[in-house]
Design a protein around this ligand. Structure first.
Ligand code: SF4
Length: 437
């Protein structure tokens, strides 16, 4: 996914960088640490390990409390355990799967973008967004309560290859394991706790396509919503997808309480083929039909994310097509001006154009909110920081990509689906384990 947005994230304010990164991370690939992360262990795993070690079962709760209540960064912080057990535990597991963080603060402190270094050298990103309380009712209570929303990654890189997204340009690295997903949350929670606050929302809209790593994502959501672990209500979690229809259908069967967001970005297939290459596998009609069934079964409104790209998907024709597609559905559209991304020829739509597009959707019977982008000066585009550290691709490749994007979008605007495509590894994106479900 690419554009962190959340309810209340309306267009407002300027961005300024206010703090230098604490460290400078660079991607250097090597073997992954084979020890599983404690936060991602499945039910019973800790108990089984403790039994094999000849330890009493109550140690499992002490360890879990150390991970989730104390939010320990190292096994040596688990002082309720005897030293010998800490040493054995440290040899078998990791208290933290993230090796280092680089935090960049912008938007006058309202946005904190973190580049996380994993044990194999992979770089992933999370973004912590703070929303102060807004409005007062007659009794002086805030109408919109203060929120602290964390946008997290589910994969290192992404195979879907959306051309407006820096992660898409990076290509697919690997799936994150459950602990690597959860430890992004634990890192942000640690920073919040140090300030006397707590996270209120988690959204899977960072690097990667969550429904192509669905088992790990579901395990992470279970841990986040478990009162014995992170204890965040499922209604405070959003899972976003670029349109993996079998994954949406699997989520629907679970009848979840979290919100499903669809990264739509275009209502017409020729254009969406370009903007979200997975559309060639699951076209707009199939994605929206699956989302509609999901809303019907769960009673939960679907969020449709729509990145606004000047002259590409922000025309009146696009607004009318989107309104016709979603009219009458339990749906809401979030309009997000595109973040600047290296190596694309595209720019964000103007604020006038975005406002006009929103009004046209309203007139067409579809609710829409204009969201603002956070941390633009801090490499806010999803994957931009990681892409910067991965090094500059060769100039001919950049020129070819730009040329291809221009030709594709021109063809798409004519309604032509038969143009040369960006090289996307759809086989990797649509793995048999996902497609079969
Ligand atoms: S390339 Fe992947 S991470 Fe980027 S917007 Fe598309 S699906 Fe999301």
């Amino acid at each position: 996914m690419t554009e962190p947005s959340a309810p209340g994230d309306e267009l407002a304010g300027a961005t300024t960088s206010e703090r230098a990164p604490s460290v400078t991370l660079r991607a250097q690939r090597h073997a992954k640490d084979p020890r599983p992360g404690l936060s991602g262990l499945p039910d019973g795993a800790l108990e089984a390990w403790l039994a094999a070690e000849g330890q009493p079962a109550y140690r499992a709760k002490q360890i879990r409390d150390g991970v989730w209540r104390q939010n320990a960064a190292a096994v040596e912080e688990l002082l309720t355990l005897p030293a010998a057990l800490r040493s054995r535990l440290d040899a078998a597991f990791r208290a933290d799967t993230i090796a280092a963080d680089e935090v960049t603060v912008s938007d006058k402190g309202l946005t904190e973008k973190t580049l996380h270094l994993l044990s194999d050298g992979a770089l992933i990103e999370s973004v912590l967004m703070h929303y102060p309380a807004r409005g007062r009712d007659d009794a002086g209570r805030p109408v919109h309560r203060e929120r602290h929303t964390l946008c997290i990654s589910s994969q290192a890189g992404c195979a879907v290859g959306c051309p407006f997204c820096a992660t898409g340009e990076l290509g697919f690295g690997r799936d994150l394991d459950t602990a690597e997903i959860l430890d992004q949350v634990r890192h942000a929670a640690r920073r919040m706790t140090a300030r006397g606050g707590h996270l209120t929302n988690v959204v899977f809209m960072g690097m990667g396509e969550p429904l192509l790593n669905l088992d790990r994502v579901l395990e992470a959501v279970e841990a986040l919503s478990d009162p014995e672990r992170f204890g965040l209500g499922a209604r405070h979690v959003v899972i976003s997808t670029s349109g993996v229809v079998p994954g949406i259908r699997r989520l629907t069967q679970l009848n979840p309480q979290f919100t499903l967001a669809i990264s739509l970005h275009a209502a017409r297939d020729p254009l969406r083929d370009v903007l979200v290459p997975l559309n060639r596998r699951w076209p707009v009609s199939e994605v929206v039909a699956a989302a509609r069934d999901h809303a019907r079964k769960t009673g939960r409104r679907i969020s449709y994310e729509y990145v606004m790209i000047s002259g590409v998907n922000d025309t009146d024709v696009d607004a009318d097509a989107l309104a016709a597609l979603l009219r009458g559905d339990l749906a809401h559209v979030n309009l997000i001006p595109m973040n600047p991304v290296a190596h694309t020829p595209w720019q964000a739509s103007s604020s006038e154009r975005v406002t006009h597009f929103a009004a046209r959707l309203h007139d067409g019977g579809v609710g829409a909110t204009v969201r603002r982008n956070r941390g633009q000066d801090a490499g806010a585009a999803c994957g931009q920081l990681a892409a910067d550290r991965a090094g500059e691709p060769p100039a001919p490749a950049v020129a070819h990509r730009r040329d291809l994007i221009v030709r594709q979008s021109e063809a798409a605007l004519r309604g032509d689906r038969n143009v040369e495509r960006l090289p996307v590894d759809l086989e990797a994106a649509v793995s048999p384990r996902t497609a079969a479900r």
